[in-house]
Ligand binder design. Structure first.
Ligand code: ADP
Length: 543
């Protein structure tokens, strides 16, 4: 029989002028080539696989499947220009079919001329295949296949029961509503999702389950569904019997018979958990944003800290070079003048006296510098001991002003001192307070150009005393102002190198702090600087 089919098939190929042809058998489990002419079937491996897939997914049973786009795209890949497919026989349309495929590069001729000839040969071939088919099916060797086929038939025959089982095992809410919108059927697990039994849901209107606020949205979706036979998707909350709210994504479609809507089908996917996670995510979003903000703040702070440390390092090394310079200048004078005195015994007495005075002043300057540095490290190490006494601040300031008059005069700076007549008592370490005002007045003179003015003003307030030291000097820029009380900070003024170490104001601030006073500063480049110091007055008797 096989030989017969083979021969008929070859004649058909010749008559139709087909260069290549295949006779194929497909069922749901396998595909096989019954016969072929022309090219090697291995060459058509992909084509056969795709055709088998097409057969299984669509159950094609057309006389010609040439029009199918999937098929077209496979054939285009092959080395033939046109083709023709004839379904010659099908024992079971769904599960088992035989296809005859003839490829021809002369389609027109094949399609129109000698139509009757090849149609009659096709019929013969069809009968042969049919007979061959029955023969082989009855053979023992093919029984397992026959069994599979029988099982498959049983499943298909009992599809309703199987389908119902499928509904029951589904975790979704699967339902049928009548044309009014009342439940006709619902699956067990679906009813359970709504805390109802199947029987309780029967006859209930779908909208009864929809909370009031969602009613309009759901009604709109349902009426949209009723206006077409399209599948409609919407999400809604459904009230369960226990008054819980469960979120569902519902996909529904109308059931139409004879042009009339007779009901609705729907599947509800319980998205309560997803909704809950989404809600939690929404709630977490601001927290996430806040954390991100905190992280970037912390990053900025760390960055600032590290650049501060770098800055401090830079300031420290600058300080070391400045302080060495500050030490070296008085030392050079001291050594220079003492050497002159020692090496020249004939030095006039007057000159000797003058040199000794310079040596003394420079020695004092050196001692003051060393004391300042020591004081700062003592305060920082918590080692400072205050020797507090009650004394007259006005009197003390008067002495400092007088001591600075000479240096002010050298620059033709007017040094003014304005104060209340009465004494103002302060309970403080007199030496330290003297040092701090000396530093402020010194700076005022140091940073004021010739012919300028420095004023020290004392205001007797209610519980406090306010001391204002203002000058008409070079001023401090807004950018530098916040840093002047920082250790080793020196305002850089390119071109005008005024000596200093950047510790004077640190000492001033620390002294004021440990005396629980206050200091503030205002300045404008080119217009001068004003320091305001405040202390609590003492009401004790003067020591
Ligand atoms: P320095 O030993 O460098 O004078 P200070 O701690 O006393 O150090 O002062 C810090 C910086 O503040 C100085 O470099 C100076 O530029 C600036 N400064 C202090 N007082 C004045 C002032 N009265 N006028 C202008 N600049 C001042």
């Amino acid at each position: 029989m096989n030989v017969l089919i083979d021969n008929t098939f070859k004649i058909l190929a010749k008559v139709t002028n087909s260069k290549t042809g295949l006779l194929l058998r497909f069922n749901n489990f396998e595909s096989s080539v019954i016969s072929f002419v022309g090219g090697n079937p291995a060459m058509f491996e992909e084509f056969i696989q795709s055709l088998a897939h097409l057969h299984r997914s669509t159950g094609i049973n057309y006389d010609s499947v040439e029009i199918l786009p999937a098929y077209k795209s496979i054939v285009n890949e092959l080395d033939v220009q046109s083709c023709f497919i004839q379904n010659v026989y099908s024992i079971n349309e769904q599960n088992d079919s035989v296809y005859l495929v003839l490829f021809s590069d002369e389609l027109n001729k094949f399609m129109h001329s000698d139509n009757d000839v090849y149609m009659s040969i096709l019929n013969i071939l069809s009968t042969q295949v049919k007979e061959f088919y029955y023969e082989t099916l009855n053979k023992e060797s093919l029984l397992p296949f026959a069994n599979i086929k029988l099982d498959a038939d049983t499943i298909v025959e009992n599809w309703e029961e199987n389908f119902n089982n499928l509904l029951q095992i589904s975790n979704d809410l699967i339902f049928i509503l009548d044309k009014e919108g009342c439940f006709l059927k619902v699956n067990d697990s679906g009813a359970l999702l709504l805390d109802y039994s199947k029987r309780e849901l029967f006859g209930k209107h779908f909208l009864e389950l929809v909370p009031d606020e969602k009613n309009i949205k759901v009604s709109e979706a349902v009426s949209k569904m009723l206006q077409s036979d399209k599948v409609i998707k919407f999400t809604t909350n459904l009230k369960t019997k226990l008054d819980r709210l469960a979120s569902f994504e519902i996909t529904g479609r109308t059931i139409i018979r004879d042009g009339k809507i007779i009901g609705m089908l729907g599947i509800g996917n319980d998205i309560s958990k997803i909704k809950k996670y989404e809600d939690e995510l929404i709630k977490l979003k601001p927290k996430l944003k806040e954390s991100q903000r905190l992280i970037s703040l912390e990053r900025a702070r760390l960055w600032q800290q590290s650049s501060l440390i770098e800055e401090l390092d830079r300031l420290k090394s600058e300080f070391v070079s400045n302080i060495s310079h500050e030490f070296r200048t008085p030392l050079a004078s001291i050594i220079g003048f003492s050497e002159t005195i020692v090496s020249d015994p004939d030095l006039p007495e007057e000159m000797k006296k003058e040199f000794n005075r310079v040596i003394l002043n420079e020695g004092k300057r050196l001692a003051k510098l060393i004391n300042d540095v020591l004081d700062i490290s003592n305060i920082e190490g918590g080692k400072i001991i205050l020797n507090k006494i009650s004394y007259d601040l006005v009197e003390m300031l008067k002495e400092i002003v007088e001591l600075n008059r000479e240096s002010a005069l050298k620059k033709r700076i007017t040094l003014e001192f304005e104060h209340p007549k009465d004494p103002i008592l302060l309970e403080a370490d007199k030496e330290k307070i003297t040092q701090l005002f000396e530093a402020l007045i010194n700076n005022a003179i140091k940073f004021t150009n010739e012919d300028g003015r420095v004023k020290v003003l004392v205001n007797n307030l209610f519980k406090e005393v306010e001391i204002i030291i203002s000058d008409t000097g070079i001023g401090i820029s807004e950018k530098d102002l916040p840093y002047i009380f920082q250790k080793f900070y020196r305002v850089s003024r390119p071109g005008t190198e005024i000596p200093g170490t950047g510790i004077g104001l640190v000492f001033v601030k620390q002294m004021i702090d440990i005396h629980k006073g206050m200091i503030s500063v205002q300045s404008e480049i080119g217009n001068g600087t004003t320091f305001v110091v405040k202390f609590l007055k003492s009401f004790k008797a003067k020591n």
